[in-house]
Design a protein around this ligand. Structure first.
Ligand code: NI
Length: 147
């Protein structure tokens, strides 16, 4: 399921036109392309979090300003194929990382604002996060009357 997240996103937006990809429901809301770019940003953070926790148990979570990352990288001007390729590459590499973990490593925890979060929680959280944004993509497409 983790590895399939990239296919889910790719399949959902493969027939979306360039205009539909950059349409924003409101100035402060994300376009479909910006949502995809956010998934790459989130994958960067996820990649560091899981490695830090496995290597440095009890480490603090790295935090980031997600809206600022999307806006400051001018994600809407980027190429959707590049975004999807990056998401696919990072997800594949992380899937291989997860496959090598021992049972004990799956239980290792980091600190998110005083709350303990395990590698197992992060693994499932990543999948849920993609599902949430798939729904967001669908809402944009519905609003556009797209397929
Ligand atoms: Ni998100």
């Amino acid at each position: 399921m983790y590895r399939a997240t990239s296919t889910l996103i790719k399949e959902r937006i493969k027939d979306v036109s360039p205009e539909q990809l950059i349409w924003k429901p409101a100035p402060e809301k994300w376009s479909v392309k910006e949502v995809a770019a956010h998934l790459v940003d989130a994958s960067f953070i996820h990649s560091v979090r899981i490695r830090k926790i496995v290597a440095e148990q009890g480490s603090e979570f790295i935090l980031y300003d997600q809206d600022s990352w999307v806006a400051s990288s001018r994600a809407n001007e980027s190429n959707i194929a590049d975004i999807l390729a990056a998401f696919d590459a990072i997800s594949s590499y992380n899937a291989l990382f997860y496959e090598r973990l021992t049972e004990e490593q799956w239980e290792r925890k980091g600190n998110n604002n005083g709350k303990e979060v395990s590698i197992d929680d992060l693994f499932h959280g990543f999948i849920r996060h993609v599902q949430i944004h798939l729904s967001q993509i669908q809402r944009n497409l519905d609003a556009l009357g797209a397929i």
